[in-house]
Design a protein around this ligand. Structure first.
Ligand code: HGY
Ligand code: MN
Ligand code: MN
Length: 412
């Protein structure tokens, strides 16, 4: 009885496609910029749809632009789904999102090459606007898909230039007709780069992701009074810029005070009129805070709210706050996590259970089906940066764990 050789993915094909996709929206500093629903996003989507069609998948596009490549199964049972996002942040890297889609596609190509049929259909998908860099909130396409955001609300979301997501979706011709949520999968597994330092530091190849931290995004605008930088006494200024700067320092210090898993980022600060010798009359600041513990995250939000009120009162300015995203921490499915772990063991790969610090489409899919994630190491723990890198062996190892985990569920 010849031992059955475990199928493995075609590493060259996976790595070539990753570098080909990274050329679409490539930036001079070696990164990638495919902001959601821009022309570069369209280029990436077209590239993925062409690969899906070449792999004889039935391609469907839903009303928020999510793309689904469907490989039939022997039985018409709920499918096993995998995938991630084609969009990037403004200064993105080659692997965030792209890897999860192309690894899913590679699984299907490998099954096609080996004429392996599965009982259940397997679907690889590409979700719209996961990054939330242009339209808030993040994970928008999968959130609408999972029923967490009304389609019309998402379509009417505006970017900083007042363009709506619906308009931009039409412009790139990805305003599909499939109702969102039309396919309810048996399970969802997303493979993704860790985007943090843990796996590399511990020299572990595979992360079995069993939970994901809560996310709170806010925009705060202070309104003050423009005035001359030289003639205006410090007493009585209405300096919106000072309020924003003081709030930024406060948010950072708060995360230090809370310690543990609390993280805080001031990603955007805009001053108006933004002139060296004018006291700013308007300041816009964004706050991204996260924690695995929702109670602590709520406490942080309350303390920030109080600080905003104090700053506005003491500087005689007014403030307005808008919530841009708010997602509770997520526990993934333990059975799916165990399937991933067992397949990592069967492939003799070092592995560990872990939490995701980043948001992912998987957190939204976990609202409608059993879901978990696979992580592979990030070099120097860097991501959302052109230097984002994962070694070829690790990319291939993650794709092989995905292959066997999807096969396990697709044949049950
Ligand atoms: O914000 C996040 O964690 C994800 O990159 N959208
Ligand atoms: Mn991502
Ligand atoms: Mn990202």
């Amino acid at each position: 009885m010849t031992p059955t050789v475990k199928p493995v993915v075609n590493d060259k094909r996976l790595l070539t496609r990753l570098s080909d996709l990274a050329k679409l929206g490539a930036t001079k500093d070696g990164g990638v910029c495919r902001l959601a629903l821009t022309d570069n996003d369209r280029l990436g989507r077209d590239f993925l749809v062409a690969l899906m069609q070449d792999a004889n998948l039935h391609v469907r596009i839903d009303q928020i632009g999510n793309i689904f490549g469907i490989r039939r199964g022997q039985k018409d049972l709920p499918a096993v789904m995998t995938g991630s996002h084609p969009d990037t942040v403004r200064n993105g890297g080659k692997y965030d999102g792209a890897y999860g889609i192309l690894a899913g596609l590679e699984v299907i190509e490998t099954l096609n090459d080996l004429n392996i049929e599965t009982i259940r259909p397997i679907i690889v998908c590409a979700f719209t606007n996961e990054e939330g860099a242009r339209f808030h909130p993040d994970m928008m396409g999968s959130l609408v898909y999972a029923g967490g955001l009304e389609l019309d609300t998402a379509l009417s979301t505006c970017d900083a230039n007042g363009l709506t997501l619906g308009q931009e979706l039409k412009k790139i011709a990805y305003d599909g007709d499939m109702p969102c949520g039309d396919i309810v999968p048996r399970a969802f597994i997303e493979v993704h780069i860790e985007q943090g330092p843990i796996l590399e530091r511990e020299e572990i190849q595979i992360g079995v992701v069993e939970n994901l931290q809560g996310i709170s995004w806010q925009e705060v605008i202070f309104h003050g009074q423009a005035n001359h930088a030289g003639t205006t006494p410090m007493q009585g200024r209405k300096d919106a810029g000072f309020c924003a700067a003081a709030l930024a320092v406060y948010v950072r210090e708060l995360s230090g005070e809370f310690g543990g898993n609390q993280v805080a980022t001031i990603g955007e600060i805009e001053l108006t009129p933004n002139v060296i010798n004018v006291v700013p009359n308007r300041a816009r600041i964004t706050i991204d805070i996260r924690n695995t513990d929702n109670a602590i995250l709520c406490l942080a939000e309350q303390q920030i709210k109080k600080k905003i009120e104090e700053l506005a009162a003491s500087e005689n300015t007014t403030s307005e706050t808008r919530v841009l995203a708010r997602f509770d921490p997520v526990l993934f499915d333990q059975d799916i996590a165990s399937i991933i772990e067992e397949n990592a063991i069967a492939l003799n790969l070092s592995h560990r259970r872990m939490t995701s610090g980043a948001g992912h489409d998987a957190q939204m899919m976990s609202r409608i089906c059993p879901t978990a994630m696979i992580f592979v190491p990030s070099k120097d723990g860097i991501s959302h940066n052109p230097r984002e890198h994962t070694d070829a062996d690790d990319l291939v190892a993650g794709a092989n764990v995905l292959l066997h985990s999807l096969l396990t569920i697709a044949n049950e």
